[in-house]
Structures are given as C-alpha cells and as structure tokens.
Design a protein around this ligand. Sequence first.
Ligand code: SF4
Length: 419
Amino acid sequence: MEQTLLDKLEILADSAKYDVSCASSGVNRSNTGALGNATACGICHTWSADGRCVSLLKVLHTNACVYDCAYCVNRITNDVPRASFTSEEVAELTMEFYRRNYIEGLFLSSAVEKNPHYTMEKICRTLFLLRRQYGFAGYIHAKLIPGADPALIRQAGELADRVSVNIELPTVSSLRSLAPQKNPKLLVAPMVQIRNSISGYLEDQRHFRSAPSFAPSGQSTQMIIGATPDTDYQIINTTENLYQKYRLKRVYYSAYVPVNHDARLPALNLSPPMKREHRLYQADWLLRFYRFEAKELLDETHPFFDLEFDPKINWAFHHMDQFPMEINRVDYEELLRIPGIGPTSAQRIVRQRALASISYDTLRKMGVVLKRAKYFITCGGKFYGDIHFHEDNIKDKLRCMENPKPYTQLSLFEGGIGR
Ligand code: SF4
C-alpha cells in the first residue's frame, strides 16, 4: 500500500528523535473534540543566536539507510518501517506547518540513501525550494552528509542558517568499531570547509555590506555518550579540539539509548547515562564561557567527572590552596573559578570594585548568588560561610544542595490540614 504523507511524517519524525541537536517535544495525546492538538509530528525547539526559543519541524529526509552503524535504529540490518520524502514534500510540509503557525523553522537531517552525494543533493534541493521558490526566510538547520561533493556542502551553507555534521563517537577507534563505513577523515572534511567558508564570507561582509551570509548560526555536532568505553577525559578533549580547530558553535552530547542487540554495545536493559551527559554539558559550558581548559578538569588518573559535584565545584576541591579568594583582590579569570560566580557576576564585581571596595552586603545587593560562593570567598578578609573553612565541611554543605531530597507529594491528612 502506498504511504501517505502523514505515514511518512510519522515514521520520519520518529526516526529523527535520536538527534539531540534540538530537543523534541511532541507527544501523543488524543484529541476528543477538544481544542488543541499535541500529535507527535516532530515539533521541537531550539534557541536562535539572539536567544529566542523557536519551534522547528524536525524530520529526516529518509530513514532508508545503506549504512550499518551498530547503535542506530535506522541501520540497514534493522527491520523497521522505512520512508523517504521527496524534496517537494518536505518543502510543502514545512510551508504548510509554517502557515498554520505550528513552526518557525526546519531541522532537516537524513540517513544515507543510496550514497552521500545523492542524499545531500536531495537536502540541497529541499533548501533551494524553500528559500528560492517559496521565499521561506525562517530558521533552517540542515545536516551535512560526509562524503558528499564539496559544491553541495557549500550550497547547503549558503541556504541554511546552521549546518552540522555528526561526529557520532568521541574517538576514531570507537567510530571504526561501531560505524566502520564512516571514514573519520570524511567526517571532518565538511567541518573544515564550513569553517573556511564562514571566515571567507565574513571577510566579504566586512568589505561589502550586501555580501551574502553563509551559515550565519555557525556549525554544530553531536556525539553519543556511553555506547563505547571512551572516558569523559577523552570526550572533553575531543570537544575542546572541535571548538578550537573547527570553531563549532555547539557540541551536543547524546546519552546512549540502547535500541539494538549487538555484542559491541552495552546491554539493552541499561538506562541512558543521563547524569554523565549532564556533567559533560556543565564541563562544556566551562570550556566555552569560563576559560577552562580540558586538561584542568580531568586527566588520565581522574578520567571521569564526579557524579556528586559539578565539574567547577570539583575543580575547586582539587585546588583548595587557592581558596578562599578575596573578592576585592582576585582578577576576572580567578573570579570565574569561584563556584557560584558566573561571567555576569564577575563582570559586575570588577566594575563595582573600580568604584569602591566590595562588602558581603554589596555582593548581595548586586545580585550575586552567594549560596555556593560564600564557602569559597572572603570580603575584606572575612569569611562568611556558616562553617569553619575546611574541604570536608564545605562538601557536607554542598552535598545537600547538589543532591536535594526528591520531591514528594504533600498529603492533606498526614500532618497536613487540621493537625
Ligand atoms: S549513517 Fe546515520 S542513519 Fe545511517 S545507520 Fe549510520 S547513524 Fe544511522
């Protein structure tokens, strides 16, 4: 029986849910004549460069893949429903969703259909139809297919706002083991091309105001965490390398969700390592905004992030000789190392200090969050933590904050109303 557009949409939106470059939020809730519809048809949200939250149609062009990556639900050896959109179908669907105000943009990825070149050509044609035929000016995030012709990669960069190549796994050896058809050199080639093109186009824009833009929201990637024995130390080094070498805007981490039986993979009944993923996002934040280097956060003797304390607090516990820091004396870089103090607070402190020395009360009035920071600072030589300054005491205090008791439903009748 021929598939309808809705059949295809259901299959290809569902297949796209494992890509975490933006989080899916569709749910299956039936509408029994009431107002509203929450059908899981692939609407997800992402944040634009100016901080707005935008809703996107998140679909694959096809899930009929010719590759056999061990961790992937769409691999050729899996018996799953398959579907492929034509470029016209994706473009029309996007426009119909847009006109109905369901979405503000498109997140378009794809399995490898026939070969990388063929797949990339379809993606580019879709982008071309949207931009040139329909005049669609909304946000588009498009996946690049490694191994495709560089001319197609360039065309995608000219038409999309953001592009991404999935690095898939943190190390070359893991990639060889789980995705042997993917060539590590071909994975990075589009990243290099996009980095160079973005710089070239930016240079043109400096000289000619009307010069076109190229992937103005930059490029990103994602890697799977927990499918292989790679350590957090290896992962965070790979991340640092990606930011420095290819000037990526974001690296996304995807806690491995077991979907396939395969001797190379963890058991199917294991839960995705969500806490580990969370720690990696926190460490990633430290690399991007707090001027940390990967080698400061972990090393070969401590290759995994502590699951009890976040990476910044953990760094502080390994450098207790540098604390407490006197808030009126330390420089901006050192302020950023204080747990609880972020770039905004550090900038406010530096500005305020130029006018007068800062007291603990001033810090409060400036809006600096002191819940954690008070255990790592002095103001005018005085320590304001409600304990004796010692690592063990601070750990006890922070442990309660980092691992609060789980919420429980209040009871009306046990020690509640009327007691
Ligand atoms: S190429 Fe992509 S879609 Fe195909 S099996 Fe590998 S991860 Fe899955």
